[in-house]
Design a protein around this ligand. Sequence first.
Ligand code: DON
Length: 307
Amino acid sequence: MRPIIPDYLAEALRDVEPHTSGEPAGYIPELAAADPERLGAAFAMIDGEVYGAGDIDTEFTIQSISKPFIYALALSDRGFAPVLAKVGVEPSGEAFNEISLESGTGRPLNPMINAGAITVHSLAGVEDLNPRERVERVLHGLSAFAGRRLEMDEAVCASEMEHAHRNLAIAHMLRNHNVLTEDPRAIVDGYTRQCSVLVTTRDLAMMAATLANRGTNPLSGEQVVPEPVVRQVLSVMFSCGMYDAAGDWATQVGIPAKSGVAGGLIGALPGQIGIATFSPRLDGHGNSVRGVSLFERFSSDMGLHVM
Ligand code: DON
């Protein structure tokens, strides 16, 4: 039985290789220099078994795929009410880097867009932490989801911070509405560090499997976050994880998912499997072109659509 899954994955990768549309993210210079031909896919079962093909041990930055995990940490550290008071759960229908604040309150529409994720970053930790402690909490939490100690890519972080005018503008708007209560630059710096954590496709599959396994890492056995938190996170991933392509994704793939601009993509099916793909060529929504295509195939071949 075992060799069948890697063979299936290798064939799926061969089939998407001719798709050469899209480009690596251009607005972060270090990401623009990524090898666009990198390609990998991995399945992590909730019993801890991992199957993969292609570049599954190549490291790249997690970027927006960190968002659901830090949302999980904030919900678990603070409880639901304080987090929901600051960040909503409604799809924005707009690009990930639009301001997308609720009129009147200034509350970001959801935690998957940058405005929401910058706010959620400020809520990591059981109590108010200083920026350095908060980044340590984030790194520790992401590592627990992955089941190994993760590190940060300082070069990607510095490169993004040099051009972070848009995220800084969003953070200043959030500060204006008192959604953020600290120095906006320090929060954006911490959020950018969160996005610069290095992972492999294998790590991402295991992180997704921890969500699929209702918050317990299948390898370490650690309960990283409680089950009600996972339900909240997967629901928001389902409705908002693919930004302004969330509706297409829900109908065509039907798996709670999250993408990142370095080319990673994860999906988690409760009680079953964590899936991750990696290919840096992005579409106009900031989602990996080959990743979307691989997930469409996995969903259809294996009947993974939740409906
Ligand atoms: O804040 C940003 O723009 C990046 N650090 C992350 C954006 C991202 O990954 C969007 N997803 N596809």
